[in-house]
Design a protein around this ligand. Structure first.
Ligand SMILES: [Zn+2]
Ligand SMILES: [Zn+2]
Length: 347
């Protein structure tokens, strides 16, 4: 079968022929119908993320149909439309016990990170990692739930949102569009901050109360303060993670207000983009800074429900054949996309 393979940092991904996986005990084989590309792939390509496992098949946002089951999995599951949860925890550490497999101490697999992922024609996964998809959701629309919407669900859960909160999303695309809609759904007043005019327009359409042009990051904090009556935000989701975007959030006159929570979702490689914050304003304003990684299986189930109910929709920029994956990644790198780029392995 065809798969997009990673061979190590700073090496190009390659579409290669690899053996079709076989579902083992407790596993299912999914024929991938749609798989979304993510900024994460760029992090692998440039070495920002180097987990040391290679070669592997990339892709952690896959939706498809179960075509075979391994021992112990009911045969009735064949034919089921599913989306795949990409963490496979050990099942017995404290984090797995709490349903937080993304923090597992002995991760068994992580599709598209340390084990073969979904940018391929087939993907095998433990049966419990496959979440049924309602028939009304197309595979193309569903695939970006796997990371885009799910990461938003997780980050919002960690941050805690109260109706009426001012919540900013700094950096709006895959996860950002999910955040905007989810925050709106939870009753927050949403501020979308991005350099892209098209993304600002889309964020507005999806429910953002205020949109701010981030072309000059040094103007962002004042714009947020102005929009919030001087108070600053109750929550900011930092999806960019550059020095200038983080700087805009913090400090005496930063975009984050008193008791504000700064949630780190995105990051950028290099010492130049380390987070720096003097504790004095943080202490005086009683602010909190937290990181958010991936999602739990429960978050994915919730994300599927949110999309199925229409509360959140995935934003798809384009749908391309898997063979054109590099063009898709180039679009993401150039920020030349409105939403997710989705690949069709069977096109
Ligand atoms: Zn575990
Ligand atoms: Zn992702």
């Amino acid at each position: 079968m065809k798969a997009v393979r990673y061979h190590g940092p700073e090496l190009p991904f390659a579409l290669e022929e690899v053996p079709k996986p076989v579902a083992g005990a407790g596993e299912v084989l999914v024929e991938v119908k749609a798989a979304a590309l993510c900024h994460t792939e760029l992090h692998f390509a440039d070495g920002t993320l180097n987990l040391g496992v290679k070669p592997i098949t990339m892709g952690h946002e896959a939706a498809g149909v179960i075509v075979a089951v391994g021992e112990g999995v009911p045969a009735e599951r064949v034919g089921e439309r599913v989306i795949v949860y990409y963490y496979v925890g050990c099942g017995d550490c404290r984090w797995c016990a709490a349903g937080e497999e993304a923090l597992c101490d002995k991760l068994q697999a992580e599709f598209g990170f340390i084990s073969d992922g979904g940018l391929a024609q087939f993907l095998k996964a433990p049966a419990r990692n496959t979440v049924p998809l309602p028939d009304k959701l197309s595979f193309e629309a569903a695939a970006p739930i796997g990371c885009g919407v799910t990461t938003a669900v997780h980050a919002v859960r960690l941050a805690g949102v109260t109706p009426g909160d001012w919540a900013a999303v700094y950096g709006v695309n895959g996860v950002g569009f999910g955040l905007v809609q989810l925050l709106k759904h939870r009753g927050a007043k949403v501020i979308a901050i991005t350099r892209s005019e098209a993304r600002r327009a889309k964020a507005k359409e999806l429910g953002a109360e205020v949109v701010i042009d981030a072309t000059d990051a040094t103007t962002v904090a004042a714009a947020v303060r102005a929009a919030t009556g001087g108070a600053g935000c109750d929550i900011i989701f930092e999806c960019v993670g550059r020095r200038e975007t983080m700087d805009a959030c913090v400090g005496w006159a930063g975009a984050l207000g008193k008791r504000g929570r700064l949630v780190m979702v995105g990051y950028t490689a290099g010492d130049a983009h380390e987070f720096r914050y003097h504790p004095i304003p943080m202490v005086v304003y009683e602010q909190r800074v937290l990181g958010s990684v991936g999602a739990s299986l429960g978050d994915l189930k919730e994300a599927v429900e949110l999309v199925a109910s229409g509360a959140v929709s995935t934003v798809v920029d384009s749908v391309i054949p898997l063979a054109d994956f590099q063009q898709g990644l180039d679009k993401i790198k150039a920020c030349d996309c409105l939403g997710k780029v989705v690949c069709l392995p069977c096109a």
